[in-house]
Design a protein around this ligand. Structure first.
Ligand code: HEC
Length: 157
C-alpha cells in the first residue's frame, strides 16, 4: 500500500503535463479559433441570379419566424396569422420552374413541408391558441435546421 502510494503520486505528476499537452491543437497560436471543419453539405448548382431568388425567400421565412414569435409575445394572433401566411406554399410554387427542377427530390419535400407548416400556423392562429402555434413553429424550424445541414448552393462549373 505504502509503496504504491509513494510511486503513484510522482507518476501522476509526470503524466499530468503530457495529458494537458494532448489537449492543445497542433497549430501554434490559434487556440482561440475553432479548427476548420470540412463542409460536407451536398451542392445544388444554381446560378447567382437563381440563388438570389431563393435566398430572398429564405430571408422572408426568417422574417415570418420573427413575426410569429413577436405576435405570440403580444398575444396578437392576427399578426401571427399574417406573418405565417407570407411563407405558405405559394412562395415555393412562385419560383420559376427552371429553378424548382434543379432541386433534389428530398429538398423539394423538405421545402414544401416547411411552407405547409406556415400555412397551418396561419390557420391555427385564428383559433386564438398559442400552444399549437409554437409546436408547429418548432416543427417548421426542424426543417430549416435539417435542410441547412444537408444542402448548399453553388454556381455550376
Ligand atoms: C429545403 C431546404 C431548406 C429549408 C426547408 C430551409 N432552408 Fe434556408 N437555406 C437553404 C439553403 C440551401 C441555403 C443556402 C445555404 C448556402 O448556400 O450556404 C439557405 C439559406 C438561408 C438563409 C440565408 C439567406 C441569405 O440571404 O444569405 C436564411 C436566413 C434561411 N435560409 C432561413 C431559413 C428559415 C428561417 C427556414 C425555416 C423556416 C429555412 N431557411 C428553411 C435551404 C433551406
Amino acid at each position: 500500500m505504502r509503496i504504491s502510494n509513494f510511486l503513484g503520486v510522482p507518476a501522476l505528476l509526470f503524466l499530468l503535463p503530457a495529458f494537458a499537452q494532448d489537449q492543445m491543437p497542433a497549430v501554434g497560436g490559434m487556440t482561440d479559433r475553432p479548427m476548420p471543419v470540412a463542409d460536407t453539405r451536398q451542392i445544388i448548382p444554381l446560378t447567382a441570379a437563381e440563388t438570389a431568388m431563393v435566398m430572398a425567400e429564405m430571408r422572408q421565412m426568417l422574417a415570418s419566424v420573427q413575426g410569429i414569435t413577436d405576435g405570440l409575445s403580444r398575444n396578437d394572433m392576427k399578426s401571427v396569422a399574417e406573418a405565417a401566411s407570407s411563407s405558405g406554399p405559394s412562395m415555393m410554387m412562385g419560383l420559376p420552374a427552371q429553378i424548382r427542377m434543379k432541386f433534389p427530390e428530398q429538398f423539394k419535400q423538405m421545402g414544401m413541408a416547411t411552407h405547409k407548416v406556415f400555412e397551418q400556423i396561419a390557420r391555427e392562429a385564428s383559433m386564438k391558441d398559442p400552444g399549437p402555434v409554437l409546436e408547429q413553429l418548432s416543427s417548421a424550424m426542424q426543417n430549416c435546421i435539417a435542410c441547412h445541414a444537408t444542402y448548399r448552393f453553388a454556381p455550376p462549373d
